[in-house]
Ligand binder design. Structure first.
Ligand code: ZN
Length: 189
């Protein structure tokens, strides 16, 4: 029987793991599949549309996403992308983004409107696909995480300045790598 998925601790702004580049995944085994389940489970429990491995405390190149989640009558449609790479990108698309690791902060970010990207699935098989608009935003946001970037890095210095106090407040909740205030997240149980 498959092991029950567990809720991963969410690492928040101020934690070094979010500012460290992730290592490529090279072994596609049962343990990786179990971790993928934990990623997906934690993403839903934290009400996110994407969740990267380093947000959950592991410095490896993979993330979970579900752009249908939260939509009216949206059914869970989780995906796990491993070693993702954006191959080409075009256009411009602005969306108000948020992040499980930067709770309570939302800001408009300009990204590419259409991307072609590659990734491996849980069996290690390569895929190449294109995405547009919101789906493209999520993939760019999550791929950023694996490269040690956060959505707030894309903001103008003025926009960041406006968020300074809020960001500092979040940083204070991160001690020795783990957020100490679970209450900053909306409890779902
Ligand atoms: Zn994020």
């Amino acid at each position: 029987m498959a092991k029950e998925a567990k809720l991963l601790p969410v690492h928040v702004l101020g934690d070094n793991i979010l500012r460290t580049k992730c290592e490529p995944v090279t072994v596609f085994d049962k343990e990786l599949q179990e971790f993928a389940h934990d990623l997906v489970y934690t993403m839903y429990r934290r009400d996110g549309v994407g969740f990267a491995a380093n947000q959950g405390g592991r410095n490896i190149c993979m993330f979970a996403m579900d752009t249908e989640w939260g939509k009216e009558e949206g059914k869970p449609h989780p995906r796990v992308l491993i070693n993702p790479k954006i191959i080409s990108a075009e256009g411009e698309y602005e969306y108000e983004e948020g992040c499980i690791s930067v709770p309570g902060v939302y800001a408009k970010v300009k990204r590419y409107q259409r991307i072609t990207y590659s990734y491996q699935d849980l069996d290690g098989k390569m895929h190449e696909e294109t995405a547009e608009d919101f789906e493209a935003v999520v993939i760019q946001h999550e791929t950023d995480h694996l490269n040690a970037l956060l959505f707030i890095d894309h903001l103008s210095s003025l926009a960041r300045l406006k968020l300074k106090l809020k960001l500092r407040e979040i940083e204070k909740t991160s001690v020795n790598g783990v957020n100490i205030r679970q209450d900053i997240f909306v409890a779902t149980d």
